[in-house]
Ligand binder design. Structure first.
Ligand code: FAD
Ligand code: SIN
Length: 532
């Protein structure tokens, strides 16, 4: 298959970009591929909302910029923060024009929520299912674009570069180029090549590397792993954000249900096993301190009290308002026997967001030519060492817009590479058992949760590294001899991502933002990103 614009991913980043390039270039073909259903994305699960300076009577760009910089703990790229905050408002207006509904007061003003680290109410939301509303809007809009083809159940295996033409490609090769991708078409079970002039990587996050995560099963860091294999630049992978309040449900594996931070924004309070509202001992901003602080405080309380969760107390909140703002959370809690008017919600931190990723410039360009990245798989410089809540949907829209501007200016100068060989599957056979893959996956998640979680130290990181070496070796052997499957490829990608997290964590000899190493509790004077 040949396509002018190839988009890998159908979350907010991929769809925003696809709509824009399709509209700007009606004679060009745009292909969006996803590895499962088109709406199965991190985007769909976003709850709290999207941050934006909409209420200029109380809020301002400089306040939003300052809040982002404070959360980012010294590592944000200041011009990028200014771009996202200032351009974000136009992107939100576009989304509304495409049909997204955000909650409004009876007089018509937006109902703006508040979350940790924000000095003002600036979170636009659609009840507690903002992501679902955004995904719905974008998928609807895509349907009206004739030149967009959506290909679901199509697993991207690798980015095609000069390496596949037989050239030696290393990290220091200048001008590595992307010519498209190899995919495993899950409908035909065939490996195909998709040759593209320009590719956008919008593959989302990697929360599935951990045992407990708010991310759905698709979040396995495939894009980051592919770019790393293709010798592109990856940065700041140690900064994994743990959301403080995932619902604690014993026995639930895979994806934990999120209790949005907006619940604390509306007045809920964290309590430990003794019922103490402990956050005031940790930070003067109490329950609305930035996420890294709240997650570490919960982790510490759980360790002190020997419990697997703390409580979120919503009992003093207005029950009518609670149900109106958080109908999805209310329904979920009721379904497992928790009545938030009388009962406290058991919560614990869970892996939630990857601040690092594929390094991009101000136009979404990666270090590989004709390959852009946007959304959670990208590291644009906005988040630094810790993302401010509700800034990621905003970032994705701003950078997909910027990538579209750059890509549209470039497309006429590019042609298809006609020399791409077919995928070589010689010597591989069908697996006769899956246990080798599923067991390695369990081991990976455990080791990452136990040794590379909220609090780290050198010994744990070294141990994680040793375990990863073995998993890597065993999985590479499987990969050499087995016909590829999504399970095997995801495991391989997750091991790569885990390695990048551990390696970056080892390189950072300080504690900053989301990375806390008890062997280096202080901060270094030198501000630097970890680039691999
Ligand atoms: P995604 O939306 O995750 O889309 C990824 C796409 O890539 C999918 O279509 C997938 O199929 C495709 N893909 C991946 N790998 C492959 C492959 N190998 N082959 C083919 N396709 C592939 N952020 C906020 O700003 N506000 C919030 O309120 C908020 N709440 C959140 C709540 C939850 C529970 C979660 C999990 C996240 C939340 N976030 C929030 C973060 C935010 O939702 C994500 O960062 C954002 O949606 C990521 O969008 P994306 O387009 O980059 O990727
Ligand atoms: C939440 O709703 O608490 C999540 C918001 C985010 O991750 O930005």
């Amino acid at each position: 298959m040949q396509t002018d614009f190839l988009v890998i991913g159908s979350g907010i980043a991929g769809l925003t970009y696809a709509l824009k390039v399709a509209e700007a270039c009606p004679d060009k073909k745009v292909t969006v591929i996803t590895k499962t259903k088109s709406d199965e994305t991190n985007t769909k699960y976003a709850q709290g909302g999207i941050a934006g300076v909409m209420d200029t009577d109380h809020d301002s760009f400089s306040k939003h910029i300052d809040d982002t910089l404070i959360a980012g703990d010294g590592l944000c790229n200041v011009p990028v923060v200014e771009i996202v905050v200032k351009e974000g408002v136009d992107r939100i207006e576009e989304l509304i024009a495409w049909g997204a509904q955000f909650d409004r007061e009876p007089e018509g003003d937006f109902k703006l929520g508040k979350e940790g680290g924000h000095s003002e109410n600036r979170i636009l939301h659609h009840k507690d299912v903002t992501g679902r509303e955004m995904e719905r809007t974008l998928l609807e809009a895509i349907k009206s674009r004739r030149n967009i083809e959506m290909v679901n159940h199509c697993f991207v295996l690798d980015i095609i570069t000069q390496h596949h033409l037989g050239y030696l490609v290393t990290k220091s090769t200048p001008d590595i180029e992307c010519y498209g991708v190899y995919v495993l078409n899950l409908t035909t079970n065939k490996i195909e090549k998709i040759v593209a002039k320009i590719t956008l990587l919008a593959t989302g996050g990697n929360g599935q590397v951990y045992r407990s995560t708010t991310n759905p099963a698709i979040a396995t860091g495939d894009g980051v792993a592919m770019v790393y294999r293709a010798k592109g630049r990856i940065e700041n992978m140690e900064f994994i954000q743990f959301h403080p309040t995932a619902l604690y449900e014993p026995g639930v594996r895979g994806q934990s249900f999120l209790i949005t931070e907006a619940v604390r924004g509306d007045g809920a309070i964290l309590r430990n096993a003794s019922g103490e509202a402990f956050m005031e001992r940790y930070d003067k901003r109490k329950d609305l301190a930035p996420r890294d602080i709240v997650a570490r405080a919960i982790d510490s309380e759980m360790k002190i009290n020997g419990t697997e969760f703390v409580y979120l107390d919503c009992r003093d909140m207005d029950p009518g308002k609670f149900v109106e703002h958080f109908p999805n959370i209310h329904a979920k809690c009721l379904s497992i026997g928790i009545d938030t008017r009388k009962d406290m919600i058991p919560v614990s931190p869970a892996a939630h967001y990857s601040c690092g990723g594929v390094k991009t410039d101000e136009w979404g360009r990666t270090s590989i030519k004709n390959l852009y990245a946007s959304g959670e798989c990208a590291s644009t410089g906005l988040h630094g060492a810790n993302r401010l809540a509700s800034n990621s949907l905003l970032e994705a829209m701003v950078f997909s817009h910027r990538s579209y501007i750059d890509a549209v200016a470039l497309i006429e100068s590019l042609s298809f590479n006609e020399r791409i060989p077919d995928w070589n599957a010689e010597g591989t056979t069908a697996p006769h058992e899956m246990i080798l893959i599923t067991q390695s996956l369990k081991e990976l998640k455990l080791l990452m949760s136990d040794y590379v979680g909220i609090v780290r130290n050198n010994e744990r990181l070294q141990r994680a590294n040793r375990r990863l070496d073995l998993l890597h070796e065993e999985t590479e052997q499987l990969y050499q001899r087995l016909i590829v499957s999504p399970q095997l490829c995801e495991l391989r990608n997750m091991i790569t991502v885990a390695y990048l997290i551990v390696k970056s964590a080892e390189l950072r000899k300080e504690s900053r933002g989301l990375h806390y190493n008890t062997d280096y509790p202080g901060r270094s004077e030198i501000l630097q990103n970890t680039i691999l």
